[in-house]
Design a protein around this ligand. Structure first.
Ligand code: GLY
Length: 360
C-alpha cells in the first residue's frame, strides 16, 4: 500500500492507495476513528457498482451504516441537494462523532465535504474517490463547494478530509470517455511538475498499459498535489499551478454550455492552447505545443475546438478567478516546469488572441 502523509499547520491526514482497498475500508476506518456510526454519501451509479461491497465490509466490521444517494451529475452539486443531505443527516440522528464518507467522483466529494464542514459547525469526513479526477486531484486538498445557478463552485471553503482512501481498481468500471477525461488532469501534473511522469505517460500506448501502472501514476500525482497544498493551502500562490489549462478550459466548457466537452476534455484544449500562446510569446520552449498535441491524441483527448474568439474572451474575462488587477495564467517554461504569469485585464484579449489559431 502507498501511503502519503499530508501535513498542514492545523491538520494532518493520510492518503492510502492500493488495489482492492474497498475490501479493507472497515479495517482502515476502525484504525483511524473511534466512532461506529458512518453515513455514506454517494450517487446512484456508484451505489449500483460499489454500494453493496462497501456496506457489507462496514457491517462486517461492526459499523452502523446509512446511505444518502444523490442523482449522478453536476446538477446534484446544488443548495437543494445540500438541504436534502442535512435533512437526511438529521433523520439518521447524525451527531458530532458521526463519520461522513464521500464515495464517488468530484461532485460527491465536493458536496460531502461542504456538508461535513457546515453540519453542526463541522464533523469529520473521509474521501473514497471513484473517478480519475477525484483520485488524483479533487479528493485531496480540502476544496469543498456547491454550485449556484449563476456559476460552478461559487460557494465553498477549505475543509480537509480526515483520510483519503484510493482504490485504483474501481477505475476499470469507467467508460473510456470518462477514464481518458481524467487522464487529462494526470497529463497536467506531468506538464506542470514532472517531465518523467510525462515521458512515462507517453510510453503507455493502451488503457491496459495505463492500468498496469496506475498505482505509480496516482501516487505520483497525489505526491505532487500534497507538496503543492502543503506550501499553499489557501490557493494564493503555488497551488494556482494546478490551474494549467483551466482558465481557457473553463471558458470552453461554459461556451458550449457544459454539453459538449467534459471538464478534462476542455482542460486538454486549454493546455494545448495556452502552450501555443506561450510559444508564440517566447514564454514556453519551442516544441512543447507539439508534444502536448501528441499526448492528447494518444489519450483520445481533443486539443482544439471551434469557437468565436470574442465570445470566448468575454466568458474568460468573467472567470471567477479574475482579480482586481487581472488574471493569473499558468504557463509552462518547458515540460515539467510551470509558472504563474499575471496578465492585466485590459491585456487579456491581446494575450489570448495570440492563441486564436490554436482553435481554428
Ligand atoms: N483542483 C485544484 C486545487 O485543488 O487547487
Amino acid at each position: 500500500m502507498f501511503q502519503i502523509d499530508l501535513n498542514l499547520p492545523q491538520h494532518q491526514y493520510n492518503i492510502f492507495i492500493e488495489a482492492h482497498l474497498l475490501n479493507k475500508i472497515s479495517e482502515i476506518i476502525s484504525h483511524l476513528f473511534k466512532t461506529k456510526k458512518v453515513i455514506i454519501i454517494t450517487d446512484s451509479n456508484v451505489d449500483k457498482n460499489y454500494g453493496s461491497v462497501v456496506k457489507a465490509n462496514l457491517i462486517d466490521g461492526g459499523f452502523d451504516v446509512q446511505f444518502i444517494v444523490l442523482k449522478p451529475g453536476e446538477e446534484s452539486k446544488s443548495l437543494q441537494s445540500l438541504e436534502y443531505i442535512y435533512n437526511k443527516l438529521l433523520d439518521y440522528s447524525a451527531n458530532r462523532d458521526t463519520l461522513l464518507v464521500a464515495l464517488g467522483g468530484g461532485v460527491i466529494g465536493d458536496i460531502t465535504g461542504f456538508a461535513a464542514a457546515t453540519f453542526l459547525r463541522g464533523i469529520k469526513y473521509i474521501q473514497i474517490p471513484t473517478s480519475v479526477i477525484a483520485q488524483v486531484d479533487s479528493s485531496i486538498g480540502g476544496k469543498v463547494a456547491v454550485n449556484l445557478e449563476r456559476g460552478k463552485n461559487l460557494i465553498g471553503s477549505f475543509y480537509h478530509p480526515h483520510a483519503v482512501l484510493i482504490d485504483p481498481e474501481v477505475l476499470r468500471s469507467l467508460e473510456d470517455r470518462f477514464f481518458f477525461d481524467g487522464m487529462a488532469e494526470v497529463i497536467k501534473y506531468g506538464l506542470i511538475k514532472d517531465s518523467q511522469l510525462f515521458n512515462n505517460l507517453m510510453s503507455y500506448k493502451t488503457k491496459e498499459e495505463i492500468m498496469a501502472n496506475i498505482e505509480y501514476i496516482i501516487s505520483t500525482c497525489c505526491l505532487i498535489k500534497k507538496e503543492i497544498v502543503e506550501k499553499d493551502e489557501k490557493d494564493i500562490g503555488e497551488r494556482m499551478l494546478l490551474n494549467f489549462g483551466h482558465t481557457i478550459g473553463h471558458g470552453i466548457e461554459a461556451y458550449y454550455e457544459y454539453k459538449t466537452y467534459t471538464h478534462g476534455e476542455a482542460v486538454a484544449i486549454g493546455m494545448y492552447c495556452i502552450s501555443g500562446i506561450g510559444e508564440q510569446l517566447g514564454l514556453t520552449a519551442p516544441g512543447c505545443n507539439e508534444k502536448i498535441k501528441a499526448i492528447l491524441q494518444q489519450y483520445h483527448l481533443p486539443y482544439k475546438a471551434p469557437v468565436n474568439v470574442d465570445e470566448l474572451l468575454e466568458i474568460i474575462k468573467n472567470d471567477k478567478k479574475v482579480f482586481d488587477d487581472g488574471l493569473n495564467f499558468i504557463l509552462i517554461k518547458d515540460i515539467g516546469n510551470a509558472y504563474i504569469n499575471k496578465v492585466k485585464l485590459q491585456d487579456v484579449s491581446i494575450f489570448l488572441k495570440k492563441g486564436a489559431e490554436c482553435n481554428e
